[in-house]
Write a protein that binds this ligand. Sequence first.
Ligand SMILES: [Zn+2]
Length: 346
Amino acid sequence: MEISELLRQLTEAVGVSGDEKEVRLLLRDLIAEHVEEWRVDSMGNLLAMKRGTGESDLRVLVDAHMDEVGLMITDAESDGTLKFETVGGIADHTLLGKVVQVGPKKLTGVIGARPIHLLKRDQRTSVVKSDSMRIDIGATKKENASGKVKLGDRATFLTAYQESGKMAMGKALDDRAGCAALVELLRREPYPFDLHAAFTVQEEVGLRGAQVAAYATRPDVALVLECTPAYDLPNKRDVSPNVRLGHGPSLYVMDSATIQDPRFVRHIMRTAESNGIPFQVRQPGGGGTNAGAIQRVHGGVVTATIATPARYIHAPISMINLDDFGNVVRLAEATLRGLNRDLFER
Ligand SMILES: [Zn+2]
């Protein structure tokens, strides 16, 4: 399957944290013939193993999270509109007026916005808080709405995948781009060691699935495939461009959850240099990836993250550069093939 089709299927699938089944089933079908075994654990992580050539006994885990930020329905009002909570980090101002798909039946709804004609002057310039927003699925009464949607159902943006030149746009590229990269890695020739793959749940609500997956897999080394915010947004004055689209995979050094293993980061950088793959170091700072959870299980795991930069993540539509995505796959593959115990000797 072509990359474009892979990204389309993965980004159009729905998997708000804790309800990742649709994404999991899709991924299972995509990887089944390329792995020796797969299983789903009690949290819903999809864990697979691709048999290696036997040259190395390293235990290696590659992680990508399946879940996406979204909404959870918490109540139906008497007028038939739906109250909701956000699941994962979503800024209130990205929600108003957006089209969403609600519940397992994927009912179309709109996060109602008062037309500008009806707004007072100060309302036109202030941000509406998400707790005063409602999803309108066209129901006119509470009974009517609650017959169609159950409390606890998830909702997410309704966004069709599109491409324009090198750019790919879709919802949930964080982290379906990582999932797509991991699918690609599993389709390649066997690695020197058995490759354990974890498509994990509930990253966006606190790295929860990865903690369980890492504990069960007991890796020596773990590589996290992520999608990280690009700061090259069209700005009036770009004071500090961090990672930019089209400038290669982004490497983490430190974030709020992890100091990435410096030996592993060095190995990735050397691999990039010797293969002529561009890369950019993400400025140390906030954010976090599943590396934060994986690094600290059992006696500790050598962990690093390679990410595809994306504009506008955690919003209805995000954008990546397909060359960056291709280079994430190339860099991750070369990094894995070059792994050996000597790299991590103290
Ligand atoms: Zn992510």
